[in-house]
Design a protein around this ligand. Structure first.
Ligand code: ME8
Length: 658
């Protein structure tokens, strides 16, 4: 790679609604990690984020708050910037769609498209979803509601400018064909082709007269420019497109990755390329639509009343715990479920047990056995080859995954190396070497540990910058030894460095106590809304009452989400004869389910079984454990149980049961 190769990465620009939750931070933290990774690889990186400040939603919110739209957004934007600062987001530019340069450039773009005949004046009659700022035809509505968010839409009829989107359908299809890597994951491509491109695109309404809070159409100022046209162009106006200084645009365009949640892929992979085609501007290299952080199966969103506050979580467990969770928990392109339990367990197992414990043990041993000074390397010993080999190949493996945007797998490689180090400590037992006065072997073991930790910490830096910094400081790693280049070869540390014993990077969490805290504090509110405390007795009495229920319609039945799931772990619930606590994998999600089957099934025989679960049952607490679903069982009069299982043992988990 040439030193000067560029990398331009963008998040969507955020609606300054003020209700940011852990899910909203996902795109930004993911892009931050990729931007940092590329910087460490030597790329010239431009990482763009910002805010999407116009539109009806903001106009209404400001009115309700009794302030001007600009006052409203100024306050919210300041809060968002604080959040990004807290989460260590290393953006190169924060664009606001109220920035004067952006406003001017959008007006220029609108005029250019009008002059080219790609924008024309007509009348819009149809539906509008205010929360999504989306236009919909009657046929596109789902049960009369917005097909994206399920909320009410408004009927609109007004004079509008239109963009000739219909003209670009074939070119966009061709783009997908010629550049299959343009839109990922592949499933999103199929969705766009089947739902939008194949049925044929309609021209897009790109102006409104019924609201004021937007960028005026320069040659007809009673119209303001449609918020999505205003918003999408930020990716080029931020680089100075349409201004006097286009040098950033010349350097960084086309974008290497536009990253976003799956719900706005349509705007980025259909409408945005069409705008660019109309402007004769090259198409971005990749649009990546990631999955959602869900909360008991629903997308986390304020409107659904289930937010989890990243500021509270960061203050309590550290920013890097939040970053780690976000980067580790959502599998490639899929959704990842948030529960406090999963969040806390992740910190305990990966960060406190594996990584944190390794650093504590190693610095403590160097303190105890060598006065806090790193011993010198004593050359390669065949007993150490396996560890050294793993350390030397870490960056290569992490790069391979990161390049494919498989960030959870990349992180897992680093944690795996920490686990190998912990095993290496157990096998080599430095305390015995010390007792036996085997100074030479003891020094070699301590050196190998410190050097492997250095390699792991440098590689970890783009993911968890603060943790990496703390580790490197503890081992007095010099500036030259914190680069990617320096971790390709084992043996960078010279020996003689001062090694400081540092407090645990991630103190072990008492999960039961913390879950109690969540219940007592504000975060509890969101969870408790969904939690309906029940106990096993009233569940079973409900079950027997239900044997005589009235007939239900097919729509009623459709409300019950039955899914296949695979049991990955199981244990008896303490002080209960009836209950088993099961961990099940349901598609991309891991859930805990407490089930009253212990009198029939042993915990050990449950592991590996495929079961059917009610996936949208209100979570309930049983013996203090949050149960997120129910396992289907047949029960005879003598209360014997038989678990309902899909006949095909290999059937994928997460499949719908009907
Ligand atoms: O859509 N899980 O802004 P936004 C994962 N202004 N990602 C989530 C999420 C969740 N639960 N909730 C939100 C907009 N996000 C427009 C973009 S770009 C020209 C205009 C992600 O504030 C969401 O998918 O609603 C998106 O990537 C980002 O947060 C901003 O969403």
């Amino acid at each position: 790679m040439k030193k000067t190769e560029k990398f331009y990465i963008t998040t969507p620009i955020y609606f300054p609604s003020g209700s940011w939750h852990i899910g909203t931070c996902y795109t930004t933290v993911m892009c931050d990690c990729l931007a940092r990774f590329k910087r460490m690889q030597g790329y010239d990186v431009f990482y763009l984020t910002g805010t999407d400040e116009h539109g009806q939603k903001i106009e209404t919110n400001a009115k309700n708050a009794g302030v001007s739209p600009k006052e409203y957004v100024d306050e919210k934007v300041a809060k968002l910037r604080e959040l990004w600062k807290l989460l260590d987001i290393s953006y190169d530019k924060f664009i606001r769609t109220t920035d004067e340069e952006h406003v001017k450039a959008v007006q220029n773009i609108f005029t250019k498209l009008y002059e080219r005949g790609d924008i024309y004046l007509s009348e819009y009659e149809g539906h509008y979803c205010v929360p999504c700022e989306s236009f919909w035809t009657e046929a596109q509505l789902k049960d009369g509601k917005c097909p994206d968010c399920g909320r009410d839409v408004k009927l609109m009829k007004e004079e509008s400018y239109f963009f000739r989107l219909s003209k670009y359908g074939d070119r966009i299809l061709k783009l997908y064909e010629e550049r299959p890597e343009f839109l990922e994951p592949k499933s999103r491509q199929n969705e766009m082709i089947n739902n939008f491109l194949k049925p044929g695109l309609n021209d897009l309404c790109v102006s409104r007269t019924s609201l004021k809070w937007g960028i005026p159409v320069p040659f007809n100022p009673k119209h303001v420019i449609y918020v999505w046209m205003d918003a999408l162009t930020n990716y080029i106006t931020a680089l100075g497109y349409g201004s006097d200084d286009q040098s950033l645009f010349d350097r960084f365009w086309p974008a290497d990755i536009h990253m976003m949640g799956k719900e706005i892929v349509r705007f980025h992979s259909v409408i945005w390329p069409a705008f660019l085609m109309a402007l004769d501007i090259p198409i971005p290299k990749k649009v990546y639509g990631h999955g959602w952080m869900t909360f008991f199966g629903d997308k986390i969103s304020k409107s659904k009343g289930n937010t989890v506050d990243p500021v509270t979580l960061s203050a309590r467990y550290g920013v890097d715990a939040v970053r780690y969770y976000l980067l580790r928990e959502i599998p490639f392109g899929q959704d990842g479920n948030y529960t406090n339990q999963i969040f806390l367990s992740r910190i305990n197992t990966d960060l406190a047990n594996d990584l944190g414990n390794l650093v504590s043990r190693t610095t403590a041993m160097i303190g105890q056995y060598n006065g806090g000074v790193l011993p010198k390397s004593s050359g390669i010993d065949p007993r150490d080859e396996e560890l050294i080999d793993k350390a030397e190949r870490l960056l290569e493996r992490v790069t391979e995954f990161t390049d494919k945007l498989l960030v959870p797998d990349a992180l897992n490689e680093i944690i795996k190396l920490a686990q190998s180090c912990n095993k290496y400590i157990d096998i080599n037992a430095p305390w015995i070497l010390n007792k036996n006065n085997d100074k030479q072997r003891l020094n070699a073991v301590l050196y190998n540990l410190a050097e492997t930790i250095r390699i792991a910490a440098v590689t970890l830096a783009p993911f968890l910058p603060d943790t990496a910094k703390k580790i490197l400081e503890a081992f007095s790693v010099e500036a030259g030894l914190n680069s990617f280049e320096s971790v390709k070869k084992f043996g960078g540390l010279k020996g003689g460095e001062t090694v400081a014993k540092i407090p645990p990077l991630f103190p072990r969490i008492d999960i039961a106590k913390e879950l109690q805290y969540f219940e007592d504090e504000a975060i509890k509110k969101e969870e408790v809304d969904a939690v309906n405390p029940e106990n096993i007795n009233n569940q079973s009495s409900q079950a027997s009452a239900n044997t005589d229920v009235d007939m239900i319609s097919i729509e009623d039945f459709a409300k019950i989400r039955l899914r296949t799931a695979r049991v990955t772990a199981c244990e008896k619930v303490e002080k209960s004869d009836k209950l088993l606590k099961l961990t099940v994998q349901c598609g991309g999600e891991t859930r805990t389910i407490v089930s009253g089957i212990a009198h029939k099934y042993a915990a050990t025989e449950m592991v590996g079984k495929n079961v059917i679960i009610v996936a949208n049952l209100k979570p309930a607490k049983l013996k203090g454990i949050l149960s997120e679903g129910m396992i289907l069982c047949a029960e005879d009069e003598a209360h014997n149980l038989s678990i309902a299982m899909p006949e095909d043992k290999e059937f994928p988990s997460g499949s719908t049961v009907r």
